[in-house]
Design a protein around this ligand. Sequence first.
Ligand code: AMP
Ligand code: MG
Length: 342
Amino acid sequence: MKHRLPAVFLPLLLLTGCISKADQEPPTRTAEIFAMDTYMTLKACGAGAEAALDAASARIQELDDLFSVTKEDSDISRINHACGMPTVVRNETAAVIGTALAVGADTGYALNIALYPVLRAWGFTTGSYQIPARETLDTLLASADPKRITADGSVVVVPQGYELDLGAVAKGYTGDQVTEIFRQFGLTSGIVSLGGNVQALGTKPDGSKWTVGIADPEKPDSLLGKVEVEDCAVITSGSYERYFEGEDGKRYWHILDPADGCPADNGLSSVTVIGRNGARCDALSTALFVMGTEPAKTYWQKQRSFEMILVTDDGHIFVTEGIASDFRTENGKEAEILHGGS
Ligand code: AMP
Ligand code: MG
């Protein structure tokens, strides 16, 4: 239940078809690793691919060690156990926290990285699921005000009793870092899927765009559609990714609405954000999922700095105009194109 393997592997199946004439093209190497509590597949194309994969795998491990909420010596654990005192962390940890705080502030705090105690109360941190009492949620939410968190240079301060969790942004940032390493090794082509969050470097070696599958929230083992991309992140947040069913027969999923501490239930079953910066796309995918259908559309219309695919819980698909010609559905459903207007 914790990780639905089909949802994780879905985009990977598409990646395997990227080389058609392997003998005429530069070498392609793949690596599969388990880190950040998820399965990851890395594909690097070109001379130096093997060394790039080794460096990328080591870097993923390093980031897992920094961002893990369970490893005792991670930056996040040290922040969470600092009893209100400032914590000196790696600059990049403070920067990722800063990105999350900025996206939070810009989305009415739909993104809130201080919800870890609330996630724990639901059992999402252990798999021992339960529905917390309203008073429990209210008490925990009182110690989860993102406006009281500061991240400056290498110093992070959170009030006593607060616990941070970078689950909503860490994989997007990691995707950015992996493609950056590929670049440093001279590669111009590669693609990585970190638990279904995809980051593409350049195009396929033959110059065509990469194809990324978007899972159908109704049937996560199947595709809802495919999107063709180059040089960008494709990051999805979905209610189907991690959930449990209560005795009341209702589904309770892992993306919480900071307004009430309950699974965000504002009309969406998945949000895919497509853009250059993986960390920001990851932060936005979670925030827009929480905001819900109409606020997500309005936010995009105001920003226009990313593309997105929304799937509503009643089965409607919306795709923004910048990516519409690169997206096609698999299930015969129509996708409605969102226009920016003037
Ligand atoms: P994602 O799959 O990127 O949408 O991230 C979801 C993960 O972020 C969850 O599994 C939680 O660890 C955490 N999370 C849940 N709700 C929120 C929220 N509203 N803001 C920030 N992080 C959250
Ligand atoms: Mg996210």
